[in-house]
Design a binder for this molecule. Sequence first.
Ligand SMILES: [Zn+2]
Ligand SMILES: [Zn+2]
Length: 331
Amino acid sequence: MAGMDRRSFLRGVFLGAGGVMAGAAGIKALSGDFKLYTHPMELVDAIPEMQPEMKLILLGTGMPMASIYRSKPAQVILAGKKVFLVDCGAGVVTRLVEAGIAPERIEDVFITHHHSDHNSGFENVLISSWNSGRSIPLNVYGPGNTRDIIGKLMEHLSWDIHLRLAQAKNSPEGAMVNYTEMEEGIIYEKEGVKVTVFPVDHGIVKPAVGYKFEYKGKSIVISGDTLPCENMVRYSENADVLVHEAYSKRWLDRVLKQFPEKRAMVDGITQYHSSTIEAAEIAKKARAKHLVFTHLIPGVAPVWYFERDWAKGASDIYTGKITMGRDLMVI
Ligand SMILES: [Zn+2]
Ligand SMILES: [Zn+2]
């Protein structure tokens, strides 16, 4: 089976098994030359190794509250042969596999800030990517407290890592982490991919940053968690895609009406996040070409009429394309 056919076949098998969609390509390939692949990772690594254009896959569009529809915040950016993971909320590895990306392809993790909904999947990312074949240190990029906080997670893992080194003979290098802490400037530049980090305003949660990815003249900006701030406008100027966190004030007002005792929780949200209207204003000021809502608060079910109601008003302000992010959406 030729390389592309095999990939199509595997994608078809994988997506069919995952219940996301039954790929027509997979059904077609079944009539061809069949081969049983015994390495489980081959079944999930269905995303082509080379991406001529930069691509974004949303892995988690949820928030700290648990949801079966929306995993906690995470996304990957594919550019050339690289797969960049931005944030790693709980559930990230499951979503990676569902997206058809073998965990071993994750060598670079960018963290926006250390709220647990953004880093609690880190240990699973490290171990899964290492166990499935990553044999070089994991590069972790983030704001100034990254070495301290991820270092503690690594300390927590040390007993498990020791066992795997002794028993499974995993590569010792794969258990290591290289840290790059930076809050403003070019944090990564290799093979035509440039990543710029910039400070955002996540209220009392300091430090917190956003990232801008550039490849072959296209740009994708990830806000992380933030109140509306000047840097979001500055770094999103003319961006091809702006992935911005958002809460729906209309929906939070309804929550309060029904559950007045949730006042402190709702006030907390509005003190360090952006509303759909505020995110739309940022996209408008920055002249971004496409606005994608993520980190949706409250976590609306992925049903179009709910989602439209949730985001109502945003398109009165920003007239460009607006997408309600959903887990496993490819942009
Ligand atoms: Zn946060
Ligand atoms: Zn968050």
